[in-house]
Design a protein around this ligand. Structure first.
Ligand code: NAD
Length: 532
């Protein structure tokens, strides 16, 4: 870690130790930390987020910038150059060249592993600085940001380890030949990510795509563009050959769309909203290029009457309020068996009122702000819609009245009952700390209601009846099912959605296969000419 060389402190009664202790100079040229509306520190350093690298050259788009806002208080967290479609052309040309002419794709997988390990190691070395940047960029609580940075490092280490042990398939001979199926890269892969898990979502795509031998162009969300640039810098510093990984901070409608449509891009890996995914898949379908789509969800979370209720309660609370509900797998539709419904929901409301909403750098905060004012308005709009559909808002339903949080985009934990599963608030992804509760009668009833959605990303259930858990798990149409736990994830366990929640699987070996195409090679061993 390189110590800060130049700090321009624009000061003002600093309330305590600076949140930055060990930041690398390259973390930002124009990166401000504010308290309330007051800017308390500006870092001025040689490396600058107001330009981005395409290979060894720096570009600043057309001089336009993207401003990252700190959701904790609405102040400026950073200013980042905004890429243009012309930058897409440059980045794709360089990536194609790197893919064809750099040895990367021809290296043995275990040789590629060396660089991937180094990227993971460097992410871990810069953990604290990346965590802080992540916190200001996304507004997520520090601990969550730290987990995301740790996970990003793990993805590189994990796919490095897979590279060490990767095997192709040999088929048993059925004549005088032998045959094998080899995993080959696609070429240039476009990775497009949302704002809710910066660096982690990016590493989840970049690590396996690079491990498989591809070149990657990453377009992060315009809401949270900063960590992607840091990841690109780290990849370069770790020795990844030029052009194999480029981060282009830009908007979806120009840079994202230009990437998907670019003839030089041979595969698209997208995480984001279902409608965006549909638009991307339409273009990719016309171009006949493969897509991996990780999309939205409206996950059912089921509590059966025989469940361990305190455990279920804790699972339901963390399942909805973690990341302030800005999680694709948030348990947003709570189904509680009718015999325990009232008692469980009353307790849930009491517990929801106790959730500590606070600034991301407050260690006591359990829930931080939403990503933007516009998003909070959208969430609030859904709560109003639920009211108009006949829903009863049992708690929350507004911003907190704590003056310390008045400048940020906070929204209280909200529980709504009285709606049918067919109501829009029960069918559409709200992506905030809003939980709808619905009673059910029996297993058949809850399976039917749980599946009555266009989404199929995840589902959870709490029960002590193992046979029932197995039956229900097999019947629910979702890519991940949690039994007596929720939001558990494993780097080696496949992740992805059924129905409108996506196509393809990330993580584990499935993640590597997503970025590979299969080539079968036959070796003739016959000693006579082939007959007609
Ligand atoms: P979004 O769909 O608005 O944007 C996602 C990304 O797509 C951004 O980088 C955006 O710039 C880009 N984009 C927008 N229009 C585009 C276009 N026409 N062509 C190419 N790129 C385009 O989603 P968001 O609001 O950033 O993220 C929230 C959504 O992401 C939620 O629906 C959430 O469920 C989903 N999500 C899914 C998963 C998963 O693994 N299934 C994980 C995280 C988030």
């Amino acid at each position: 870690m390189v110590p800060v060389r130049e700090l321009d402190l624009v000061l003002s009664g600093l309330p305590g130790p600076l949140p930055w202790s060990n930041i690398t100079p390259s973390l930002s040229a124009e990166f401000c930390v504010s308290k309330g509306q007051q800017r308390i520190m500006t870092m001025t350093t040689p490396a600058n987020l107001t330009s981005f690298s395409i290979g060894s050259q720096q570009f600043d788009g057309a001089g336009q910038t993207i401003t990252s806002i700190y959701p904790g208080d609405g102040s400026v967290a950073g200013v980042v150059a905004r890429a243009t479609p012309a930058d897409v052309d440059r980045a794709v040309a360089l990536a194609q060249d790197a893919y064809r002419h750099q040895p990367w794709r021809k290296l043995r997988p275990d040789q590629r592993a060396t660089t991937l390990y180094e990227i993971g190691r460097r992410i871990s070395v810069e953990r604290d600085a990346l965590t802080t940047m992540q916190m200001f960029d996304s507004g997520k609580p520090r601990k969550e940001c730290q987990n995301m940075v740790d996970n990003a490092a793990s993805y590189f280490r994990y796919y490095a380890a897979i590279c060490e042990t990767w095997q192709n398939e040999m088929t048993s001979p059925r004549g005088d030949y032998f045959s094998m199926s080899l995993a080959e890269p696609f070429g240039v892969v476009a990775a497009i990510t949302p704002w809710n898990s910066p660096i982690m979502a990016e590493a989840q795509k970049a690590a396996p795509a690079l491990a498989a031998g591809n070149a990657v162009i990453l377009k992060p969300s315009e809401e949270t563009p900063m960590l992607a640039l840091e990841l690109a810098r780290i990849c370069t510093e770790a020795g990844l050959p030029e052009g194999l990984f480029t981060a282009l901070p830009g908007y979806g409608e120009d840079v994202g769309a230009a990437l998907v449509a670019h003839p030089g891009v041979r595969m698209v890996s997208f995480t984001g909203g279902t409608e965006t995914g549909r638009a991307i898949a339409t273009v990719a379908g016309k171009r006949l290029i493969p897509v991996g789509l990780e999309l939205g969800g409206k996950s059912p979370h089921i509590v059966f009457e025989e469940a361990d209720l305190p455990m279920a309660m804790a699972g339901v609370i963390s399942g909805i309020y973690g990341s302030a509900g800005q999680s694709c797998v948030a348990g947003t539709r709570l189904f509680v068996q009718r015999s325990i419904y009232r008692e469980f929901v009353d307790e849930l409301v009491a517990r929801s009122r106790q959730v500590k909403v606070g600034l991301p750098d407050d260690p006591a905060a359990q829930m931080g702000p939403l990503i933007s004012r516009a998003h909070r308005d959208r969430v609030a709009g859904y709560v109003d819609l639920a009211r108009s559909e006949g829903g009863r808002v049992l708690c929350g339903g507004s911003a907190p009245d704590d003056p310390a949080l008045a400048q940020g985009w906070f929204y209280l934990p909200t529980v709504i009952d009285g709606l049918q599963n067919s109501a829009r608030a029960c069918q559409e992804e709200i992506f905030g700390p809003v939980l709808v509760t619905i009673p059910f009668d029996d297993e058949a009833d809850v399976i039917a209601q749980a599946n009555d959605t266009v989404y199929g990303l995840a589902a959870g259930m709490w029960t002590r009846d193992v046979a029932k858990a197995w039956r229900v798990a097999r019947e629910i149409e979702a890519g991940s099912i949690w039994i007596n736990t929720y939001k558990q994830s494993h780097i080696a366990t496949a992740f992805g959605g059924f129905k409108d929640s996506g196509i393809g699987r990330e993580k584990g070996l499935h993640g590597l296969r997503l970025y590979s195409q299969v080539k079968s090679v036959f070796f003739g061993l016959q000693d006579k000419p082939l007959g007609l």
